[in-house]
Design a protein around this ligand. Structure first.
Ligand code: NAI
Length: 475
């Protein structure tokens, strides 16, 4: 028999957006239900995405650094990889974190339920659980149902040799030959992990560059490294067919301006983007509006076209990033709890956690050129940084784009180890409306990689002393 329970706020999805929304609403005194179809809380990011991939990327980075030490006079033998132990290590980190979320939910008296939620109306949900259906009603609902890997039409999606980021992170084995379809963020991060563990990795990217949309000067040092780590990198190339063979291998036909090439691989990772999970929610029973790509339309308060229903995170549009979801989740929870809040961030940082890391925030040069936005840049090559040289990161770079009139920071791009942490100073500069002097005159510790931000500002203002710039170029 269906029971009808009422909640002030129901949150669908317990990823970094959903649990942040649920916890913030509970902290504001609301009675909250957090629903997830998975048994574990934390969503894709924690269980099958950001966190496990970072655990593996850490291992591959240390392996690469240990190898690099031979150039500094210290040589290790060939690494021995116990894949079961690596997997167990990664799983331990994940379970430690999702155990923490479950504990925090309990401490806040947030009810959690495992089940697939779908709308019955603008104020009711049906939840399909292992023990049958449950109906609940709500005053407010926050949809944080996330996204799923997109597949290529015609490619079998249930074959054990055809991986998505989810199954690739299961780390069942290390294939001898791995093809990565899609040279975006997932493809390069996981490609690098598998290459470190011994796979011969090839990447095929449809567009002319890896990480399309990222400034080419930031991609170049990464691409240089990947050229050594990967067997091949094919850009401007299209996968036209993927066929599973009886022996478990997969034959892929790749087309580019040189013609069509067929090659067999032990496994294929499909990383060609993600699509919003709006199709599970029975949105037809509500008046929630979506765009043509299946993203739910929201306003700056994260409200959908129905005033009491909010949407946040991947399902509410690009960029599909955990930190954007968390921020939006808090906005939705505050608005839903009757507090003044709105999404008014000036920028959202992007980080590719490869080795070297690539990070950017705010305006990029590609975007500035596309939109005819005038800017001037201060570029500081890490080859002039003592710290970068000491850690073997001389190919890194920090650049800051400034408004030529106000000298305020419009955007920041960094490539090199730790770029994903260093970008936070750029984010703060953008949010605070800092200008070149604010950054250049802030005393940064020496020697450090963070100095490269001050140095980039000084390159722009002409006050740099760690490099020589001819007088006429100084401001
Ligand atoms: P993506 O959009 O970053 O990259 C997909 C790539 O596949 C693109 O370069 C695209 O041109 C290419 N592509 C599409 N169809 C193709 C085809 N048929 N053949 C060859 N190439 C093709 O998507 P990805 O890497 O799957 O990641 C999905 C999302 O997950 C990202 O947009 C990101 O928001 C999020 N994510 C973020 C991470 C981070 O912040 N470090 C890590 C992992 C995922």
């Amino acid at each position: 028999m269906a029971e009808l329970k009422h909640y002030e706020i129901a949150v669908i999805g317990a990823g970094p957006g959903g649990y942040a929304a649920a916890f913030r609403a509970a902290d504001l005194g609301k009675q909250v239900l957090l629903i997830d179809r998975d048994n574990e809380l934390g969503g894709v990011c924690l269980n099958r995405g950001c966190i496990p991939s970072k655990a593996l990327l850490h291992i591959s980075k240390v392996m690469s650094e240990a190898e690099h030490l031979s150039k500094m006079g210290v040589t290790y033998g060939k690494p021995a990889i116990d894949i079961d132990q690596v997997r167990a290590h990664k799983n331990k980190i994940v379970s430690q974190l999702n155990g923490g979320i479950a504990q925090m939910a309990k401490a806040r008296k947030v009810d959690t339920i495992q089940g697939l939620a779908a709308f019955k109306s603008n104020s009711e949900l049906n939840i399909e659980t292992e023990d049958g259906h449950i109906s609940i009603s709500f005053d407010k609902c926050i949809i944080a149902a996330g996204s799923t890997s997109a597949m290529i039409p015609g490619v079998p999606n249930d074959h054990p040799s055809i991986l998505t980021s989810r199954t690739a992170l299961d780390l069942v084995d290390i294939p001898e030959k791995l093809l990565v379809i899609g040279g975006g963020v997932i493809g390069l991060e996981l490609g690098q992990v598998y290459a470190a563990f011994g796979s011969r990795v090839s990447v095929v990217e449809f567009l002319p560059t890896l990480l399309p949309g990222t400034d080419p000067d930031l991609v170049r040092p990464l691409q240089r490294k990947l050229k050594n780590q990967f067997e091949s990198i094919l850009v401007s190339s299209k996968v036209i067919s993927v066929e599973a063979n009886d022996d478990g291998t997969v034959t892929v036909a790749i087309e580019n301006d040189k013609g069509i090439k067929r090659e067999s691989f032990n496994k294929v990772l499909v990383s060609v983007g993600r699509k919003p999970n709006s199709n599970f929610l029975n949105l037809d029973s509500t008046e929630i509006e979506m765009n043509d790509f299946g993203f739910i339309n929201v306003d700056v308060y994260q409200r959908t076209s129905i005033k009491n229903i909010f949407a946040i995170g991947d399902i509410a549009g690009n960029p599909m990033l955990a930190h954007k979801a968390t921020h939006e989740g808090k906005v939705a929870a505050e608005v839903a709890s009757g507090h003044p809040a709105a999404f008014d961030a000036r920028a959202i940082p992007s980080v590719v956690y490869t080795d070297p890391e690539v990070a950017w925030a705010g305006l990029t040069e590609i975007e500035a050129k596309e939109k005819n936005i005038s800017y001037e840049s201060g570029d500081f090559p890490w080859a002039a940084s003592g710290k970068a040289l000491a850690i073997g990161a001389n190919r890194g770079k920090t650049k800051i784009l400034f408004d030529p009139e106000t000298k305020q920071v419009l955007g920041v791009g960094i490539v090199g180890p730790g770029a994903g942490d260093l970008i936070s100073e750029g984010m703060l500069a953008i949010e605070m409306g800092a200008d070149a002097e604010d950054i250049g005159l802030t005393i940064h510790p020496h020697p450090s990689l963070s100095e490269t931000l001050a140095a980039a500002a000084e390159m722009f203002s002409g006050t740099i002393t760690d490099l020589y710039i001819p007088k006429k170029k100084r401001h």
